[in-house]
Design a protein. Structure first.
Length: 382
């Protein structure tokens, strides 16, 4: 039985499972430390079974398999050394997101791709409208059930919904999705400023094309630095990054040392309060990394942030260090410039790499261009 035939015969099951994965609220069935077993985790097991069936007997290159197993082993080792046994759970979560990402990549490469997009987005639109009408409650794992006139769909926050839609549409843009539809979605779902900026960026492919993928990725860190300097002021920024720190402090200690409560003697309130709190967290990560050289170079493993870092760009440096950053520089070359701009936007002031719904979509960008996924391409022009 050919690989393509297996993909076609399993497409309907995978389609249903992925709709279910993104259509279930993040309710904990069983609490395990800082993580909980959720219905979507159980769905992931069935997604794994379908993917295993599709690729069973497929001959992967031994060299690639060895690299993959070695990378997982190193990440697991780093995680356990920094986080204890919970580090194993963190790595399993990352593997789970990768498996769902493979499922998404298969779906977008199949004749189900338009139905998949329509179904996933339609579910979120319907639920969001019912939430605005206060017929259905919102559900946030941190706040449980609550009623509010906000678009958050079946996800925790309106921002998570916006960035999920942005990441998913960005994926479709990479396969020539009509730009005018992108802007329609921007008007319907935008609840955060950087989401709308990313949508606008998708309309300027020629401008984005002036930069190589690696330059664009590197410039995103420079832009994040400039935003921080703008919010704090240059003098305060220099003062904060040059302050002495205790050697070997823990990340929890760094997080408790929130440094900024006032700017220019005035209390932080209003629209900049949320941004300043993010800057506090970024500076805490900076202090932690410069006080632990092994973290600076190798990171502390996926999940060591113990929650959202409020920027996937900062999370990448924290959890994978400068070596991980250099690997990312190598990998982004395989992603077209426009969808890469989407990935950067999603992770600029939002932690897309930590979200159980956004992270798989981001990872699917990488899998969609792999040879064993391209071999499954069965798209119909109808």
């Amino acid at each position: 039985m050919s690989l393509k035939f297996k993909a076609i015969s399993s497409g309907g099951i995978l389609f249903f499972l992925l709709i279910l994965y993104f259509g279930l609220p993040k309710i904990n069935i069983i609490d395990i430390g800082k993580f909980g077993i959720r219905p979507l985790d159980l769905v992931s097991i069935f997604i794994f079974a379908v993917i295993f069936y599709i690729f069973y007997n497929y001959k992967f290159k031994k060299q690639n398999a060895i690299i993959l197993v070695g990378a997982v082993f190193i990440v697991m080792l780093v995680n356990v050394s920094f986080n204890g046994l919970i580090g194993v759970i963190y790595v399993l979560r990352l593997i789970q997101y990768a498996l769902v990402a493979i499922g998404i990549a298969i779906m977008v490469r199949s004749h189900y791709r338009w139905r998949f997009l329509f179904a996933v987005i339609s579910v979120q639109i319907i639920v969001s409208i019912l939430q605005v009408l206060q017929i259905l409650p919102n559900y946030d794992p941190g706040r449980a059930w609550y009623y509010a006139r906000t678009f958050s769909g079946l996800f925790g926050t309106p921002a998570e919904l916006s960035y999920f839609v942005l990441a998913l549409i960005g994926f479709y843009v990479s396969i020539s999705f009509p730009r005018r539809v992108v802007f329609a979605f921007a008007l319907s779902f935008n609840s955060v400023i950087f989401a709308s900026l990313a949508f606008i960026a998708l309309g300027f492919n020629k401008l984005l094309g002036l930069f190589s993928q690696r330059v664009l990725f590197s410039l995103s860190y420079l832009l994040l630095l400039l935003v921080i300097v703008f919010l704090l002021g240059f003098d305060l920024f220099l003062e904060l990054i040059s302050m002495p720190i205790d050697e070997g402090i823990s990340l929890e200690q760094a997080f408790t040392n929130f440094r900024i409560h006032t700017v220019n003697g005035a209390p932080i309130t209003g629209e900049f309060e949320s941004l300043i709190m993010r800057v506090n967290k970024f500076l805490s990560v900076y202090d932690y990394m410069r006080s632990n050289y092994e973290v600076m170079f190798f990171g502390c493993g996926y999940g060591c942030g113990n929650g959202a870092i409020d920027s996937g760009l900062v999370r990448l440096l924290l959890e994978f260090g400068f070596i991980g950053f250099l690997m990312a520089i190598f990998l982004v070359k395989k992603i077209p410039t426009a969808p890469l701009a989407v990935i950067i936007s999603v992770n600029f002031l939002f932690d897309g790499l930590w979200s159980s719904v956004v992270s798989p979509v981001i990872l699917s960008y990488f899998f969609s261009n792999l040879t064993f996924i391209k071999e499954l391409y069965v798209h119909s022009k109808r």
